[in-house]
Design a protein around this ligand. Structure first.
Ligand code: SF4
Length: 441
């Protein structure tokens, strides 16, 4: 039996997709990339932004036609499943099952039930621990892996639907995480990314080791060469965590630290729990501790009530910090959230105009930072053949920048040293690649 998973959203969703794929493959099912060739299609959804939700419903229209023609089993998982619960059948009456994110461990049961025409709809939060414990299988060629260490969020930022669809924070037992990372190290995985909606509030209740302590433990695991984590909340960036950068040799010099707005008035309306000065002070502390650190962020423009002065403060903050990259979005109201009913709606055309200015500024900053790297020799973990040219390999620096360079296939999945020949807006061009392990001998 063949299955296909269509996935929307963030790294946590990518990881959930791999977990479900492992469970089904473990039951003898074969994964295919084309929904038309599959007997079962699972759509793993995201509702953080309106655009992802629109794309999901348009995909479902196409899958309905596939189902009518071939009798394909179609199921929905993830955030939209959780948000809509049983109501999903009103809009998509043809689907065969729907599971919230805490129930993805029941994926095989859902498929089995669908084959008997017994749709499984499960949105309970009780399975949260079981879904966290699933370990995806990685192929022999894999060099990077993701490990979910916590899920959910208690912050209730006024624009965000996550606490409503992913529930409250729940952290995994550190012993289980460390066992999983050790097993990955033994298997040849070199880079591990710790995942959580609010990853740096891992075990805030302090009934297990803290997040910095967890990083220190992982730093000591054989085989693992690089550690990353996403996504961090600025308020939970403690001095101990800042100290880990530059202190733990395997912790990569990169942090993704969403600031969302440079205006304190808007940050308050967003319920973010910090001011722009506090954010800036934390980034300065990170740079003092680790001068090479790359800082990336998320930012929303056109939040209800945002005026030109608020937007100017956002642009000032970007100029001040000199981010390595920003994921920026125009505000889109999400169901359940406080911001969706706030007054002061910014016209879409105005929000898009601000977004355009912001992205132009950030492109210039990224380009100038990438150009400043020309001539430097840096470590790259080789991940694949470049999308631009079959003759080039591609990988990432410890600061999470993409580098394309010429090199033999034997460098695949290895750590190499590359000299940066050219910096572009979205990537770097390298030359003179040498295996790092060989040099170390
Ligand atoms: S901290 Fe992140 S996940 Fe939690 S509510 Fe705010 S934006 Fe959403």
């Amino acid at each position: 039996m063949k299955f296909c998973i269509e996935n929307f959203g963030c790294q946590m969703n990518d990881h959930d997709m791999e977990k479900m794929a492992s469970l089904l493959a473990g039951e003898g099912m074969q994964r295919v990339g084309d929904a038309k060739k599959a007997d079962v299609v699972i759509v793993n959804t995201c509702c953080i932004r309106e655009k992802a939700e629109q794309k999901f419903y348009s995909l479902m229209g196409r899958l309905r036609a596939v189902k009518e023609k071939k009798g394909t089993i179609v199921g929905v998982t993830g955030c939209i499943a959780q948000m809509e619960k049983e109501d999903i059948l009103k809009r998509l009456p043809f689907i065969d099952f729907s599971l919230g994110p805490s129930n993805i461990h029941k994926i095989k049961k859902a498929v089995d039930r669908a084959m008997c025409n017994e749709p499984l709809l499960d949105f309970s939060e009780n399975g949260c621990r079981e879904s966290l414990l699933i370990r995806p299988g990685y192929s022999q060629e894999s060099v990077k892996a993701y490990v979910t260490i916590m899920k959910g969020c208690n912050n209730f930022c006024s624009y965000c639907v996550v606490p409503y669809v992913r529930g409250r924070e729940s952290s995994r037992d550190s012993r289980d995480i460390l066992q999983e990372v050790a097993a990955l190290g033994n298997k040849g995985i070199k880079e591990v990314t710790l995942l959580g909606q609010n990853v740096n509030s891992y075990n805030n209740k302090r009934d297990d080791i803290s997040f910095p302590e967890l990083l220190r433990e992982i730093n000591g695991i054989d085989g693992i060469e690089r550690i990353r984590f996403v996504t961090s909340h600025p308020r939970d960036l403690s001095p101990e965590l800042i100290d880990c950068f530059g202190g733990l040799e395997k912790l990569c010099e990169h942090i993704h630290l969403p600031f969302q707005s440079g205006s304190d008035r808007i940050l308050k309306l967003m319920n973010r729990g910090y001011s722009s000065d506090e954010y800036t002070a934390k980034v300065e502390a990170l740079k003092d501790r680790c001068s090479d650190i790359a800082v990336t962020a998320d930012c929303i423009v056109g939040f209800p009530g945002e005026d030109e002065e608020d937007f100017r403060k956002t642009m000032d903050l970007i100029e001040d910090i000199q981010f390595d990259g920003i994921f920026s979005f125009a505000f889109s109201p999400r169901r359940f959230t406080v911001a969706s009913t706030m007054p002061g709606k910014v016209p879409q055309s105005k929000a898009l105009e601000r977004l355009h200015h912001l992205q132009k500024l950030q492109r210039e900053i990224t380009l100038s930072k990438n150009r400043a790297m020309e001539g430097q020799t840096i470590e790259v973990l080789v991940e694949d053949v470049s999308r631009n040219s079959q003759e080039e390999l591609t990988g990432r620096t410890r600061t999470n920048k993409i580098v394309n360079f010429r090199g033999p296939q034997t460098m695949m999945n290895r750590l190499v040293e590359v000299t940066i020949a050219k910096g572009y807006a979205n990537s770097l061009k390298g030359e003179g690649a040498k295996l790092k392990e060989v040099q170390a001998c």
